[in-house]
Design a protein around this ligand. Sequence first.
Ligand code: URA
Length: 441
Amino acid sequence: MRMYDIIEKKRDGNVLSFDELKYFIDGYCSGEIPDYQASALLMAAFIKGLNRVETADLTIIMADSGDKIDLSSIPGIKVDKHSTGGVGDKTTLVVAPIVAACGVPVAKMSGRGLGHTGGTIDKLESIPGFRTSLGMDEFLANVKEIGLSIACQTGNLAPADKKLYALRDVTATVNNTSLIASSIMSKKLASGADSIVLDVKTGSGAFMKTFEDSAALARTMIEIGESLGRRTSALITDMNMPLGNAVGNSLEVIEAIDTLKGKGPEDLKRLCIELAARMLEGAGKGSYEKCIEMVEQCIFDGSALRKFSELIKRQNGNHEVIECYKIFGESMYVYEYRAPCDGFIESIKTDSLGIVSMILGAGRENKESQIDYTAGLILKKKTYDKVNKGDLVTKLYTNNKDSISKAVEILESSINFSNDKPIARPLILAYMDSLGVKRFV
Ligand code: URA
């Protein structure tokens, strides 16, 4: 087999076999196939597309390229969730303890943030002492003993995807349904859960800007998951504004704790309840309605919050943060951005707000950047809200005074005001599973 022939075949719009895709992935991982040939194939696949079988084959080959987590020693149906990424998305911090408190084990491998999106691992590490680098034995022991563990993804989980994703990032080949679906699902398959709930974001802060593209991505991932024996469902959710009000690591953990106390922002609470209920449903805990009741009950009776506290203690964090937010520390500089006019907030460029937070110190511009855990922003007004000139819209937090002017410049151009009340778009647009799509709009 020759890489040249494989590139030519895809360039001409033909279907690649399992063996040809495996030859490519194996050769690229071992270093025998150079970046320029891999880039050419990725671009050909981007333009000509991969069909369902090619997409599923690529997923399996990438999932098999490294370690696979064996959760079989943990009794019961293990569930996982995945969000396609967004700004202010702290749902894992809320949903994982809820699901574990309802008796369904959660063994979650999460990532760090890069660019405008945050990562669960950075957020958890803003809790003083919290350890996310766990050996496999410790990770599994935590799940067996307290029903929950959240750890930093090992370097050898679907390594082919890691290498390929880095190449896609610099060759304008990220935004393709088959490539995104195989990338996400290869990691989910290697993570070992029996049932997967996907949160596919749509809108200005998401990879997929339209409902149709997001639904196509969700459908592809559901087909892959189901064809490999994993019960898979998806929510299509709006990312035309950040989720909740907080963006930035400790600010988001505080908001997640508030939500577990039943006091969080409505949009975050709503999505967390929905995701947790779908995860319980996927674990066979009963009807959707019964699962919603279970979720609401464990927030109401405090058991979900206690589970989060147990997780923090178990992974060496200071669990007193739950009652005393001051332990997180506070940023030295706070800037208040106020409404420049009367009217309504018509739209927010969500990805730009992620960049504002990154510039303030909350995110990484490159892999080596140091994170400022207390930096970020709090939205006091969001899309569709009425404002009067001078009202507080956003509070920025940082320890780097020099970052403020750049952050404010981007912030000002990210929020659009209008005289007329905009038509509100619902947060949860659809639920999808192997049976079809249920649209809520
Ligand atoms: N997230 C992933 O893990 N992979 C992609 O290709 C896009 C988003």
